[in-house]
Design a protein around this ligand. Structure first.
Ligand SMILES: Cc1cc2nc3c(=O)[nH]c(=O)nc-3n(C[C@H](O)[C@H](O)[C@H](O)COP(=O)(O)O)c2cc1C
Length: 375
């Protein structure tokens, strides 16, 4: 018998700590059923809202690739080029709540032991909008969803009271979370935007509102690149573009920096890490910083839409890892969660080659609270 891959996160038992994040891989019943068949421990549905959305004409996502032998970076598919990032301007699910409700129930009935998380989003400008969050939450949990993820982070919503515009406002984050918690019978996760100065501020708002976990990162606000020949953006409609979101390998280190801030600020809270994961080694970064689960989007999109090879590798990687470290007494991923959280420190705490103190740029006498660093 191999090692035990299961874990418990916000009170919910997962057969493994790997989820598909809210995105195209989880936009339909058939995709989600295929994902569970393939071995994902959980899925977060494509974000469900009450407002009908209409996406732009043409592609909603493209992939930026880098050449190995030149600095060329482009969305044009070229042999030998390696994935750099995904770029998307896709809105939330274009299916209605009525469409989702029976499907959520059927998915849960077919896979009662797999974790189904409903991602939801509404406005937050007035009481009616706030009640929409409750309506969405109640409808999804009634169908058996195991948890709710609040989308406070979509980077391309025009409305000032939606998506990352909510996620940038600690009070709104807190209010929305509290409103959902009033009706929630299942854990509530808050998915925050990385596009703020100090994500700890908004996370505190979510936790004060009662969030059971904080999730990060959604995609990073970004533009596609211009094509130097045509002087048009590589993805555009009628020559125009709006800001969209960057995901995939390029955001792994960026997202880790956000996660490190979060887990250090709230070492006793639960975190789900997202951003740039396609192998177990990537996921391990998030576990070591303090995440109890991780989520994947871009890598799965490029692997038969729901990532059957990605999840196989993630499970195999965790198995290998636990077998290799069995002598340390590690029996599940929970044993390494947060193990390296405290390895991220201020610059002035990093050892210098000689005894000359670097004092973070401060004069020695103005730097009294910290003792001089000894080699
Ligand atoms: C095409 C596309 C659509 C997405 N739609 C949603 C969404 O509806 N709700 C949400 O919370 N995140 C959405 N995301 C963000 C992903 O869930 C994820 O947070 C992000 O892509 C970073 O993960 P990755 O580096 O594995 O791609 C979307 C991402 C992409 C690429």
């Amino acid at each position: 018998m191999g090692p035990n891959l299961s874990t418990t996160f916000t009170g919910v038992r997962f057969r493994n700590p790997f989820l598909l994040s809210s995105a195209p891989p989880t936009e339909s019943e058939s995709n989600i059923l295929r994902a569970f068949d393939a071995g994902w421990g959980g899925v977060v549905t494509k974000t469900i809202g009450l407002h009908p959305v209409v996406n732009v004409v043409g592609p909603k996502t493209k992939f930026l690739r880098a050449d190995s032998d030149s600095p060329h970076l482009s969305m044009k598919k070229r042999p030998g080029a390696a994935l750099h990032s995904s770029w998307n301007w896709e809105l939330i699910s274009d299916k209605t709540l009525d469409w989702w409700v029976p499907r959520l129930g059927r998915i849960k009935a077919a896979f009662p032991d797999h974790v189904l998380v409903a991602s939801v989003m509404a406005g937050s400008g007035n009481d009616t909008e706030l009640r929409h969050w409750q309506e969405l939450a109640v409808a999804c949990q009634t169908q058996g969803c195991d948890a709710l993820e609040l989308n406070l982070s979509c980077p391309h919503m025009d409305r000032p009271d939606m998506g990352s515009n909510v996620g940038k406002d600690k009070e709104l984050v807190s209010i929305v979370t509290k409103v959902v918690k009033e009706v929630a019978k299942v854990p509530v996760w808050a998915k925050l935007t990385p596009s703020t100065t100090d994500i700890v501020v908004e996370a505190r708002g979510a936790l004060l509102g009662g969030a059971d976990a904080v999730v990060s990162s959604n995609t990073f606000t970004s533009l596609p690149l211009f094509d130097a020949e045509t002087l048009d953006f590589e993805i555009n409609v009628d020559g125009l573009v709006s800001t969209g979101g960057l995901g995939g390998p390029a955001i792994l280190p960026l997202s880790l920096a956000k996660m490190s801030q979060l887990t250090q600020a709230f070492p006793d809270k639960s975190f789900s890490g997202i951003g740039g994961i396609s192998t177990f080694e990537h996921a391990l970064n998030y576990f070591l910083l303090g995440c109890g689960t991780v989520q994947v989007c871009t890598a799965a999109m490029l692997d038969h839409a729901v990532g059957p090879n990605v999840i196989r590798e993630l499970n195999a990687g965790l198995t290998r890892f636990l077998e290799k470290h069995a002598d340390k007494g590690w029996t599940s991923v929970a044993d390494v969660v947060g193990l390296r959280r405290d390895r991220v420190v201020a610059q002035s705490k990093i050892r210098r080659p000689g005894e000359k103190d670097y004092r973070g740029g401060y004069e020695a006498e103005g730097y009294a609270e910290e003792p001089a660093i000894k080699n």
